[in-house]
Design a protein around this ligand. Structure first.
Ligand SMILES: CC(C)(COP(=O)(O)OP(=O)(O)OC[C@H]1O[C@@H](n2cnc3c(N)ncnc32)[C@H](O)[C@@H]1OP(=O)(O)O)[C@@H](O)C(=O)NCCC(=O)NCCS
Length: 170
C-alpha cells in the first residue's frame, strides 16, 4: 500500500470509499462525499491523501482551511475514511500523520478536528476553550497547535462554506 496525493482520476473512487465508510455511521447525515467534492471544486481541499492498495483506493484523508479569529494558517482535518474491511490496521493513523506532517511543512499554525477524542488524542489533539464549535459536545472538538496563537482569544471555528459545517463526527 502506498500513500499519495489524490489525482484527478481518484475523484469517483474517493466519493465511493467515503460513502461506504460513513454508511450507517451514527453521527453522519451522508453528506461527507459531497463535502469533499465541494471542497475540491472550491479549491479548498488543501491536502487530500489516498491510501492506494494495488490501484484500489482504500483510505482517504482531507484537510481544508478553517476560519478562526481572522487568522490565517488554521486547518481542519476530515472527512477521513478507511474501507470497512481494512479498518483497525493503522491506515487511518498513517493517513492522518502524513497529512499533519504536510500541514506543518507548509507552515500551518494548527489543525482542528471534530471527532472522538479517544482516537484523535493519539495525534496530539486536545480540547482548547479558545476554539469553539457549536453543536456537538465540546470535548469532541479538539485542536493541535504548532504555532501558538495570541493568548486570550476565543472564537468560533468555521469550516469552508458551503462545505463541512455539520460534518459528522464519531
Ligand atoms: C475512523 C477511521 C478513519 C480510522 O481508521 P482506521 O484505519 O480504522 O484506524 P487505525 O487502524 O489507524 O486506528 C485504529 C484505532 O482507532 C480506533 N478507532 C477506530 N474507529 C473508532 C471510533 N469510531 N471511535 C473510537 N476509536 C476508533 C480503534 O479502536 C483503534 O484503536 P487502538 O489502536 O487503540 O486499537 C475508520 O475507522 C473509518 O473510516 N471510520 C468510518 C468513518 C469515520 O468515522 N471517520 C472519522 C470521522 S471524520
Amino acid at each position: 500500500m502506498i500513500l499519495r496525493p489524490e489525482s484527478l482520476a481518484d475523484r469517483a473512487a474517493v466519493f465511493s470509499l467515503t460513502q461506504l465508510a460513513f454508511r450507517g455511521h451514527p453521527h453522519s447525515d451522508g453528506s461527507e462525499p459531497r463535502i469533499i467534492d465541494a471542497l475540491r471544486d472550491a479549491k479548498a481541499l488543501t491536502i487530500s491523501i489516498v491510501a492506494d492498495l494495488q490501484g484500489q483506493i482504500v483510505g482517504h484523508a482531507a484537510f481544508s482551511p478553517v476560519k478562526w479569529c481572522e487568522q490565517a494558517g488554521w486547518f481542519g482535518l476530515g472527512p477521513v475514511s478507511v474501507h470497512p474491511d481494512l479498518q483497525g490496521r493503522g491506515i487511518g493513523q498513517k493517513l492522518i500523520e502524513t497529512g499533519l506532517e504536510q500541514l506543518r511543512t507548509i507552515g500551518a499554525s494548527g489543525c482542528v478536528v471534530l471527532g472522538d477524542p479517544a482516537y484523535y488524542s493519539r495525534f496530539g489533539f486536545t480540547q482548547d476553550e479558545r476554539f469553539t464549535y457549536p453543536g456537538p459536545p465540546p470535548e469532541y472538538f479538539t485542536v493541535l497547535i504548532w504555532q501558538e496563537a495570541s493568548s486570550g482569544l476565543s472564537s468560533k471555528v468555521s469550516y469552508h462554506q458551503p462545505s463541512t459545517d455539520n460534518a459528522a463526527y464519531f
